[in-house]
Ligand binder design. Structure first.
Ligand SMILES: [Zn+2]
Length: 109
C-alpha cells in the first residue's frame, strides 16, 4: 500500500510503501529513504501521524496497515526506539540540571 506524504517544505511529496509480502517492508523514496535510512516519513506514518498524509482520505488505510503490524518486529523495534528516545530526553533534562548546579558551584554559590 502506497501513501503519499508531504515533505517538511510542504511542496514536495514522497511515497511511503508498506509492502506486506512474506516479510513486511516499509520504504520511502525521499533522499534518506532511498538508501533504506531512517526518515521522518516512514517513522511518522509508523507512529500514526496522519498529518503527514497528502491525501487525508488515506488515514483509514494507514490505521488498517498499522493494525496489521501489531506485535510485529517492526512494531517492537519502534517501541524500543521510543523508549530510548524518552530516556534520552529525560537524561538531557538531568544534564541541564547538573550544568546549572556546576555553574553555581563554580561561582562559589
Ligand atoms: Zn522519507
Amino acid at each position: 500500500m502506497i501513501f503519499i506524504v508531504k515533505s517538511s517544505d510542504n511542496l514536495t511529496t514522497y511515497k511511503v510503501d508498506f509492502n506486506f509480502g512474506e516479510v513486511v517492508q516499509v520504504q520511502c523514496d525521499c533522499p534518506a529513504g532511498i538508501y533504506g535510512k531512517h526518515c521522518k516519513h516512514k517513522m511518522g506514518l509508523l507512529q500514526g501521524d496522519t498529518s503527514l498524509l497528502a491525501d487525508p482520505n488515506q488515514s483509514g488505510l494507514l490505521t488498517e496497515c498499522l493494525s496489521r503490524l501489531d506485535g510485529s518486529d517492526i512494531f517492537k523495534a519502534i517501541q524500543e526506539l521510543n523508549a530510548c528516545e524518552h530516556q534520552l530526553s529525560e537524561m538531557k533534562k538531568i544534564c541541564e540540571k547538573k550544568k546549572k548546579s556546576l555553574e553555581k558551584i563554580l561561582q562559589g554559590k
